[in-house]
Every structure is written in C-alpha cells, then in structure tokens.
Design a protein around this ligand. Structure first.
Ligand code: FCB
Length: 440
C-alpha cells in the first residue's frame, strides 16, 4: 500500500468491519429464526440458495478472528449484535447463551486492545416480528428500543461506540421497494412505512441508550453518489431524485428533522399517519456520523410510475460486484456531509472495500486490486481531512470473506480468505500490506 498510519492525524482510527448474520452462523447457540433465513430459503432469492446457517462459524472461532484484527495493527473492530440471537422471538424471553456470547466477544476485543464499535441491527429481523409486519409496523421502534436496552444494560459499559442501524436505505428501500433483500417486498406503501419507521427506531434506540447514560452514539448511513447519465435536465432530475431517496432522506431525517421534497413527492401519500410529529425522536442528538461508501450510480429518466429513474451502465472500471470504482464520490460525500448536515461532528468511514478475485500463488493468496482500491479511497479521505473535514477514522469492509447476502458466498470482500468447506482462514496479501502500513 502507498499509505501509512503517519499520513493521517494523530489518533485517527483504523478498523475492520463485519456483521453478525454474515459471519456468526445462525444455527449455533440458540439463535432464533430471522427474515434472512426465510428469504434465503425461498428459491430464486439468493445465489445457490445459500444461507447464513454456518457462515464463517465465527460463533465458535471468534478468538482466532479477533487475533487477526489485532495482528493487523487495527485499532477498532466494528461488529453487530444479532437481534434473534439475543431475543429468539424478537421480544420476551432472552437467550442467555446469546447475551453471554456478546459479553465474551466484547471482553475478547478489550483483551486485545481493540475498540468495540457495535451496531445493533445489521439486518436480521426476527421472523416472529416479521410476521407482525416488521419494519412496516410502527411498533418496531419500541421492539427495537427494548432490544437495545436489554443488550446495552449488559454491554454498554464496555462499548467504544454504538450505532443503532446499519444502512437504513438498505433496510427500507432495497428490501421493500426493490425486493433484493429480506423481506423481499416490492411495494410502495410498505416502502414508505419502512423508510419512516427505520428512522423512528434509530432515534428511539439513541434515546434509550442516552437513558442508560451512554455516550459516543452515532448513525451509520450508506451513501451512493448519483451521477446523471447526460447533461439533459431530465437526467439531472433523475440523479437528484435518486440522491434524495438514497442519501438525503436519512441524513435529512437524522440531522435536520425533514425529508427531502424530491422523495416525499412519491412517498408522502403512503406515509404512516402522524409521521411529521416524529422528528423530535428521529433527531435525537448524535456524537458522530458513519458513512459506508462503495460506489456511484449513473442515472437516466425512466417511463412508468414514480420515481421514473433507471440506472445505466457507467464507463469506469468495476469491482466484482459490477460497482464502478469512484473514490471522488467518497471525498464529495465527506465534504458535503460536513457542510450540509453535520458541521463539526466527527465523521467516520464505517465501511469501504470491494469484492475481488483472489489468485493463488503457491502459499500466497494474492488480491492486488484490494490494495489499489483502499489506497485510492484513503487518498479521498486524506484530501477531505486536508480541507478541514473532521474525519476521525476509516474501517474496511471486511475482515473476512463472508455471506454476501443475495450473492451468497460468491463475492469475497475479506482481507482474510475463508475456505467455506474447511473454514480455514488465510490472510491475503492485502492483509499483510495493511499490517505493514499500520505499523508504528
Ligand atoms: C454493505 C453492507 C455489508 C456488505 C457490504 C458489501 O452495504 O453493510 O453488510 O454486504 O455492503
């Protein structure tokens, strides 16, 4: 890698991120069923019908995995807590084994000098709550608040930072409008409700954690740069609408107490009653803002019902996800976020990375694309820092190759290779390059 730790301000945090369903193994330790199990077991939803039943077996191998985080010289580990592992029915009786697991995991991070950065929802809605409507049901905010309190009464004293919900756009739009993720709906009314309830649940969880006296609480938003396909006013409008739905809805909700007009124009008729009165909760003050950034999308107008936007293929080189590589988008989001939404609040890049091919050379697993990708995005971070953006850390997605949702185990995002037959972990060349860069 071209970068080294000393290229960044003193105290800048480097971390790696994972999430529970993608690595733990849902079939272990008394975890309940989730809507991801239901979605994955429905033919056609996931490549090869793969599920997270075993995943990376992190549930049993977490010590080895945290050794890898520490040996890379990373400062922080971003992980998530599986709602259905803690509360198999989503509410009611807790699974003691589940809480004990996160307790051990937390202590294991601290023993290795790693800062625990928790996320409370990285997409495993307990099936029992999905039966009641999941994100479509307003009660989800209180169910989630109760789960948050239960977990943080146990772990809250040892967390470095906590965010309630990973990537509200994916929770709401991708899963209820595009149908690509669980619960796999394609329904505008469900979408409008999920878009609002996910923000209400976010604010409710923040309030509950404040009630426990906790600090360093933030939000984690996935942002995708929207580029118009051409100079026409129609294409500009399509890109602006995508930006409103994808990015500005969540940032506007959390930091300004408003949703953008360009998104409300389609969603307002489908919003739950009284939504305008919820911003007091939704804007519960945060201590930091996390940005997950991967790519941009090129957009053109489309016929048919709102939002009349369609993606078109862009000209830039792409990762194995077919996502364009566009580091300027990260720089643009860091500066725009500070300018339009968060001011002096600390920002973190909470996810950035790529799926790439691994080449086996003797004992070495070579992934040259990863170094290049990370360097280009670290450049974008450095430029933002130089311009005064209060960026305080950068986390790589992901520590391990893992269950990449609807794409199953096919797309490999890890610094560490996982053999999904033997479960053997083998650091790739990018892992070693990163460890070298972080030394000293
Ligand atoms: C993000 C998700 C993460 C992973 C990466 C590739 O949207 O937060 O779980 O799937 O994309």
């Amino acid at each position: 890698m071209r970068h080294k730790r000393s290229d960044f301000p003193e105290g800048f945090l480097f971390g790696a991120a994972t999430s529970s369903y993608q690595i733990e193994g849902q079939s272990f330790g008394g975890a309940g069923r989730t809507h991801w199990d239901d979605f994955a077991e429905t033919p056609g939803n996931v490549v090869r019908g793969e599920t997270g039943a075993r995943a990376c077996d992190h549930y049993h191998r977490y010590a080895e995995d945290l050794d890898l985080v520490a040996a890379a010289g990373l400062d922080a580990y971003r992980f998530s807590i599986n709602w259905a592992r803690v509360l198999p029915e989503g509410r009611g009786a807790a699974n003691a084994e589940g809480l004990d697991f996160y307790d051990r995991l937390t202590d294991a991070m601290l023993e290795r000098g790693l800062k625990p950065c928790a996320t409370l929802y990285h997409w495993e809605m307990p099936s029992a709550l999905a039966d009641l409507g999941g994100w479509r049901n307003r009660d989800v905010a209180q169910w989630f608040g109760d789960f948050t309190e239960l977990v943080m009464r146990r772990l809250g004293d040892r967390m470095f930072s906590v965010a309630p919900i990973n990537e509200p756009w994916c929770v709401a739009w991708l899963s209820h409008f595009e149908g690509h993720h669980a619960p796999g709906l394609r329904d505008i009314r469900a979408t409008a409700r999920a878009m609002h309830h996910v923000m209400l649940a976010h604010g409710t969880a923040i309030q509950r954690m404040r009630g426990l006296g906790m600090g360093n609480l933030g939000g984690v938003f996935n942002l995708e740069w929207a580029s118009p396909a051409d100079d026409s006013p129609e294409a500009q409008q399509a890109a602006a609408r995508h930006d409103a739905i994808y990015n500005r809805w969540f940032m506007g909700g959390a930091f300004k107490g408003e949703y953008p007009a360009l998104a409300l124009e389609g969603l307002e008729p489908h919003m739950p009653k009284g939504w305008q009165d919820d911003f007091g909760t939704i804007t519960a003050p945060l201590d930091w803002c996390g940005i997950n950034y991967y790519t941009r999308r090129v957009l053109a107008p489309a016929p048919g019902p709102w939002p009349q936007v369609q993606p078109v293929e862009g000209p830039l080189p792409k990762t194995f996800m077919d996502w364009e590589i566009y580091p300027d988008g990260l720089h643009a989001f860091l500066t725009r976020t500070a300018r339009d939404y968060t001011g002096d609040l600390p920002l973190y890049v909470t996810e950035n990375g790529l799926a790439s091919s691994d080449e086996l050379h003797g004992e070495t697993i070579d992934d040259p694309w990863r170094n290049e990708f990370l360097d280009a995005h670290l450049d974008a971070c450095r430029r933002a820092v130089a311009e005064g953006v209060p960026l305080k850390g950068y986390m790589i997605w992901s520590l391990l190759d893992n269950y990449e949702w609807a794409l199953g185990y096919e797309k490999r995002f890890g610094l560490v290779h996982v053999d999904f037959d033997t479960l053997e972990r083998r650091p790739k060349t990018s892992y070693h390059a990163l460890a070298e860069a972080l030394k000293g």
